[in-house]
Design a binder for this molecule. Structure first.
Ligand code: URA
Length: 210
């Protein structure tokens, strides 16, 4: 597993406001979208492109375009939805599939409650969006789901992660190649499965259900 922590003062600045308990939902949502655009830039370094010939006003030139089959963006519902617009801004030709995962607050285990993805993902590049990599349960389940449909190239983009969650995902994947791009790697998980210092419940803060 390759882990890349995006290290940029703009990301750290926006993360600081995002973490602040006094930041209201509308600002939180806008910040997640902005942060996501920056993380999408990092996360798409390996996006597949193919050569294309064009003509500039001055001369013929060779460039690239996003290759077929188009990348698939998979936000994990519900909090991953808040990351979608920022991602699509950078990758407008990508397709979007949805995976609904909820965490059982007692067992902390993920359950899949919704799924809207192509049956066959062979040769598809997939970008999974999940803001909080906490225990790693939902992200592992989502990645396993994509592998089971034939995906071979998976990048997960998360705003924050706990070291415990990263280790859990790595162990569960048994050496299969996945890239994880993070805004920051935090200290730890607390006894309730929350990332510390973290930002609280990302879904609640995005959608105002605090
Ligand atoms: N999910 C969240 O939204 N926040 C955490 O800290 C952990 C899981």
């Amino acid at each position: 597993m390759r882990v890349h922590v995006a290290d940029h003062p703009l990301i750290t600045h926006k993360l600081t406001v995002l973490r602040d308990v006094d930041t209201p939902s509308p600002v939180f949502r806008a910040l997640v979208e902005e942060l996501m655009t920056l993380l999408a830039y990092e996360g798409t370094r390996g996006v597949r492109v193919e050569p294309v010939d064009i003509v500039t006003p001055v001369s013929p030139a060779r460039g690239v375009r996003i290759a077929d089959p188009k990348p698939l963006i998979v936000p994990i519902l519900r909090a991953g939805l808040g990351m979608l617009d920022g991602m699509v801004k950078l990758l407008p030709t990508a397709e979007v599939g949805f995976l609904g995962m909820a965490r059982d607050e007692e067992t902390l285990q993920p359950t899949t409650y919704a799924e809207r993805l192509p049956e066959d993902l062979s040769d598809r590049q997939c970008f999974v969006l999940d803001p909080m990599l906490a225990t790693g349960g939902s992200l592992t389940a989502a990645i396993e789901f994509l592998f089971a449909r034939g995906a071979v190239d998976v990048t997960a983009i998360c705003i924050l992660a706990a070291p415990e969650g990263l280790r859990a995902v790595e162990q569960a994947l048994h050496g299969r190649e996945v890239t994880v791009v993070l805004g920051a790697l935090d200290e730890r998980l607390n006894e309730h499965g929350y990332i510390v210092p973290g930002l609280g419940d990302a879904g609640d803060r995005l959608y105002g259900t605090v």
